[in-house]
Design a binder for this molecule. Structure first.
Ligand SMILES: [Zn+2]
Length: 395
């Protein structure tokens, strides 16, 4: 921790001073107490770590908050300094006794109360939801910021994300989805946006890096996302992904292949519109190639031109497959609306845009041309080339 209470009730904050001589003399004459539990604290002024207060061994004080890393401590200090630089009053390590939670930072802006949780170590979804709810009960908006060291950048537009990362995904007012992160080692505020999920773990996205001190509080609270999704990167890698995915022996791939083979379908000859990335495909943890393949199998395969396709029928199929465990939804606790139906809607709209379907009216389509599978590789490649030339134009 970076704060402690003195006998007089006054609070010492290490954000105010890190002067060793001063702190040593303070340590000689004062006793420090934890603001949360009231226990005595030790002021650690060692050479290896950031100066901080620590409980004695076996303390029962908020166990999930203990053992803060230097990365976390320095992040808190830098975020504290940044919010102050925005002309706002900010409290470090503010404790809310009603909910027994200690926020890293708390501040008021306009009419709203906010707190920042700078989360560096993985926590469970349950803890994440519980803490979020606690703040909301007090009408405080929690702003979760992911510790930047958790972000793996594979190359310019590619990243690998686990369910822990997805906890932080949120929406701005324009319902654009992004992930806020901060790295105290590089002093960069990192925003991942325009996510296109490829597989359960991999996604393409835009990384925007801003030196923390150049970030304005308004851009942090309501970011403006204007870049286009990294479609071209995805196009370049999509075949590779398909081959890799089909070679995997995961339960969902095996289930999917069994269904295809029982209908005598070759997965490599599935039409090119099976497996396209969508803005909302992150609502589904199962790779797009599988869930869109299941839709193809159950609603499109072998159908003649003119067959009616209704959004609610497709959506019902997806919900059923989720129930059966063949499609897995992704848990997104920081996104307030249910975006699953938007993924299905987006998919059907895109198919209509590319001439696979024809739109009659909202949520009502017809099949535009007979759904036949390619007979050989050459035919398939021709179809694929044609589809993606059009697809590319539409994005
Ligand atoms: Zn304590």
């Amino acid at each position: 921790m970076l704060t402690a209470k003195l006998h007089s009730g006054e609070v010492v904050s290490l954000a105010e001073t890190m002067n060793k001589n001063y702190l040593e003399s303070l340590r000689r004459k004062e006793v420090f107490y934890c603001q949360t539990c009231g226990d005595e604290l030790i002021l650690k002024l060692g050479e290896k770590r950031i100066y901080h207060f620590a409980h004695r061994k076996n303390s029962k004080c908020l166990p999930e908050y203990e053992r803060e890393s230097d990365y976390h401590l320095s992040g808190k200090l830098k975020l504290h300094e940044w919010i102050k630089s925005q002309g706002l009053e900010v409290k470090l390590e503010h404790y809310y006794p009603e909910i027994k939670q200690r926020a890293d930072l708390a501040f008021t802006y306009g009419q709203h109360q906010y707190c920042i949780e700078f989360q560096c170590a993985p926590i469970s979804e349950e803890v994440f939801r519980k803490r979020t709810k606690g703040y909301q009960k007090l009408a405080i908006e929690p702003l979760w910021i992911l510790g930047g060291k958790n972000i793996q950048r594979r190359h310019s537009h590619k990243t690998s994300l686990t369910s822990f990362h997805y906890l932080f995904l949120k929406e701005n007012k324009l319902q654009q989805i992004y992930l806020p992160a901060f790295c105290p080692q590089t002093n960069q505020y990192i925003q991942l946006d325009n996510l296109l999920t490829l597989s359960t773990r991999n996604a393409f996205c835009h990384f925007s890096l801003t030196p923390l001190m150049e970030l304005r509080i308004d851009d942090f609270l309501a970011p403006n996302i204007s870049k286009l999704p990294p479609i071209s990167d995805w196009l370049r890698e999509r075949q590779h992904f398909k081959i890799k995915l089909l070679g995997k022996r995961s339960k969902e791939t095996t289930n999917f292949l069994t269904e295809l083979y029982s209908s005598a379908l070759n997965p490599y000859y599935l039409p090119p519109f099976v497996g396209i990335p969508l803005k909302y495909s992150l609502a589904i943890e199962t790779p797009s190639f599988i869930w869109q393949g299941l839709i193809f199998l159950k609603h499109f395969h072998g159908c003649e031109q003119g067959k009616r396709i209704y959004f609610h029928e497709i959506y019902t199929t997806v919900l059923l497959e989720i129930q059966k465990g063949k499609i897995k939804r992704r848990s997104l606790p920081s996104i307030k609306r249910n975006i699953l139906p938007f993924a299905i809607e987006e998919y059907l709209e895109l198919l209509a845009f590319n001439g696979v379907l024809k739109k009659v009216k909202k949520h009502h389509f017809i099949i535009n041309k007979s759904m036949k599978m390619a007979n050989n590789m050459e035919e398939w490649m021709q179809e694929d080339r044609f589809f993606y030339t059009e697809f590319y134009k539409s994005t």
